[in-house]
Write a protein that binds this ligand. Structure first.
Ligand code: UTP
Length: 276
């Protein structure tokens, strides 16, 4: 029913300069695997096997990562080193990969609209791979959201409770609680001051969107920082129809910030990483 997952990976990653001067932020490794591969594995686990990447200038390494590295693979074929390729080969066996480029970085909403050409008129997942989500031993966050989508058939955003001193980094929702962890959204504010935030529920980088979002995005004016905000488009969608917010099971690491990146690295090294 949902087959496609969109990965906006065009951003500049300025918080990781100079590392991201010529290397995409999404290729930074958490232990031995690039961030974007964790995201793609989460999508495939949810049966979203058609991967749509919105890339930009300087992001070719991402396209190459999801392709055969012919010379390298030929070189290590049949040796003890071949096992190190097993996780990426598994991804390549199960997924297909399509790319388009965002030519100007006009925000996440604009990046999603740029992906319309790859998505068409069907509901789709969105994963921001710099938000690493891990539900150790349980169902991945996107799979949890797909299950909810089957029931409600409307856009769904993943939310997390965050402390007041961090709330101004996020889009924040307000809504009616339908059952434990599930809300029907009636308001959303992008990056509010702590005393203006409508709740402590912050939107993180997992969405399921219905395709009417593209027409809404086309009509959405640039908001905070002159960027087209997905939050503004989602608020319109919530007012005209329905948007759900879902407090997911699992942990999320903000790997777009240095602190979150280091925290994720330690967590994965101690709890997930298995030396081959
Ligand atoms: P961020 O704002 O976290 O990423 O956007 P950034 O701009 O790369 O990071 P900083 O702030 O400069 O350090 C969230 C996600 O949306 C994508 C980014 O690649 C990231 O995955 N994005 C953002 C786009 O694809 N295009 C944009 O115009 C903006």
């Amino acid at each position: 029913m949902i087959k496609k997952c969109l990965f906006p990976v065009a951003g500049y990653g300025t918080r990781f300069l100079p590392a991201t001067k010529s290397m995409p932020k999404e290729m930074l490794p958490i232990v031995n695997k690039p961030l974007v591969q964790y995201g793609v594995e989460e999508a495939i686990e949810a049966n979203l096997c058609e991967i749509a990447l919105v890339t930009g200038r300087g992001k070719r390494a991402i396209a190459d990562h999801f392709d055969t590295a012919y010379e390298l693979e030929h070189q290590i074929a049949g040796t003890s080193k071949e096992k190190y390729l097993s996780s990426i080969r598994n991804v390549l066996d199960k997924g297909t990969f399509a790319m388009t480029r965002q030519r100007e970085m006009k925000g996440l909403g604009h990046a999603i609209l740029t992906g319309e050409v790859l998505i068409g008129n069907e509901p789709f997942g969105v994963i921001l791979s710099d938000d690493l989500c891990i539900n150790d031993g349980g169902e991945g966050v996107m799979a949890q959201m797909v299950r909810l989508f089957r029931q409600f058939r409307c856009s769904i955003v993943a939310v997390q409770e965050v402390p007041a001193d961090q709330i101004e980094k996020y889009g924040v929702i307000a809504g009616e609680s339908l059952k434990d962890g599930l809300y029907r959204v009636d308001n959303m504010v992008e990056k509010p001051k702590a005393d203006e935030a409508p709740s402590n529920l912050a939107i993180i980088g997992r969405y399921i969107l219905t395709p009417d979002i593209f027409d809404i995005l086309r009509d959405t004016q640039p908001g905070k920082n002159g960027e087209i905000q997905i939050t503004d488009a989602l608020l319109t969608q919530a007012r005209e129809g329905c948007v759900m917010a879902y407090k997911f099971q699992g942990r999320r690491f903000d790997c777009g910030s240095v602190d979150g990146f280091v925290e994720a690295t330690n967590f994965v090294y101690e709890n997930i990483y298995q030396p081959e």
